[in-house]
Write a protein that binds this ligand. Structure first.
Ligand SMILES: O=C(O)[C@@H](O)C(=O)CO
Ligand SMILES: [Mg+2]
Length: 255
C-alpha cells in the first residue's frame, strides 16, 4: 500500500508541533517530516513521536537571514562556518528526535565554480558528520518560479553535486512538484536517478495545493513509483487551499 508522510512545515502548521504530529496520526499518515522545527524543544517533538508511534523522516537546515533573502547558505562561498553550524544544529536535532534525513539548504547562487566548491565542501562535512550516526544528507532541486536562482533546480545539477562529493550518504530529495515544473516526464526522471533518491515529495502543479488536481495525476504516478521500487512514505508537502481537514479527501484515492 502507498503510505504518506505529513510535511508539518505546511500541514497543520498553525498548531504547536506536538499537536500537529497527533493530527497527522489521527488522519492516517504513516510518518511526519519537518521544515525548521528549531523553536520547539526536541524533547517535546520526540515525546509526541513516541506517543503516536510515527517516525520523523527528516528536517531542514536553517536558511539563514530569510528576511534578507536567504534560502540556505551551503553553496554560498565565504559562509562555510555559518553553513556548518546549521548542519551541526540540524544533525543534533535529528539525532534527538530520531530523524534519519537532513536536507541541507544550498541558497541562491550564480552557480559559479566557487559556489559549487563551497557546496561540495559543506556537503562533505555534512555527510561525514551524518555518517557517525548512520544518517543521510539530502539536497533538493527547487523550481525557478518559487526559488529563482536557487543553486540546484534540476536532477542533473543535483547529480553533479553528488558526483563532486562522492559519498554514499548524500541523496536527492525528489520533489515531484518542483521537478514537474522544471523537467516533467517524472517517471523517466525517477528511473534515471532512482538509486540516488533519499526521499520523494509531492503536491499539485500548479498552485502547490492538495494533490487532487492539476498537471500531475498522482493517483496513477505514486503507485507507479511504488511499483518501480519506492517503498518509503511519500512526503505530502502541499499548501492546503482551504481548511486543512477539508482537504484530506485526496487520500481516499489510494485506499
Ligand atoms: O520543497 C520545498 O520547498 C521543501 O522541500 C523544503 O525543504 C524547503 O525549501
Ligand atoms: Mg520539497
Amino acid at each position: 500500500m502507498v503510505e504518506f508522510s505529513a510535511n508539518l512545515g505546511f500541514l497543520w502548521n498553525d498548531l504547536p508541533l506536538p499537536d500537529a504530529i497527533r493530527k497527522a496520526k489521527a488522519a492516517g499518515f504513516a510518518a511526519v517530516e519537518l521544515h525548521w522545527p528549531y523553536d520547539t524543544p526536541a524533547a517535546e517533538v520526540k515525546a509526541a513521536l513516541d506517543e503516536t508511534g510515527l517516525p520523523c523522516l527528516g528536517l531542514n537546515t536553517r536558511r539563514g537571514d530569510v528576511a534578507g533573502g536567504d534560502n540556505g547558505c551551503a553553496a554560498i562561498a565565504g559562509r562555510e562556518a555559518e553553513a556548518q553550524g546549521y548542519i551541526d544544529e540540524a544533525l543534533a536535532y535529528a539525532r534527538d528526535i530520531g530523524a534519519m534525513n537532513v536536507h541541507v539548504m544550498a541558497g541562491f547562487t550564480d552557480q559559479s565554480a566557487d559556489a559549487k566548491a563551497s557546496f561540495a565542501q559543506n556537503l562533505r562535512y555534512a555527510c561525514t558528520q551524518a555518517a557517525l550516526t548512520q544518517r543521510t544528507i539530502l539536497i533538493e532541486p527547487l523550481n525557478h518560479h518559487d526559488a529563482k536562482g536557487y543553486h540546484i533546480a534540476t536532477i542533473a545539477q543535483a547529480q553533479e553535486a553528488l558526483a563532486d562529493v562522492d559519498l554514499p550518504n548524500l541523496k536527492i530529495m525528489f520533489d515531484c512538484y518542483h521537478l514537474q515544473i522544471m523537467q516533467g516526464d517524472l517517471v523517466t526522471l525517477f528511473k534515471g536517478c532512482q538509486d540516488q533518491i533519499g526521499h520523494v515529495q509531492f503536491a499539485a502543479v500548479p498552485g502547490r495545493g492538495e494533490p487532487d488536481q492539476g498537471e500531475v495525476n498522482y493517483p496513477w504516478l505514486l503507485p507507479e513509483l511504488a511499483r518501480l521500487g519506492w517503498s518509503a512514505p511519500f512526503g505530502a508537502e502541499y499548501k492546503p487551499r482551504g481548511k486543512m481537514e477539508d482537504g484530506l479527501s485526496w487520500i481516499a484515492a489510494y485506499r
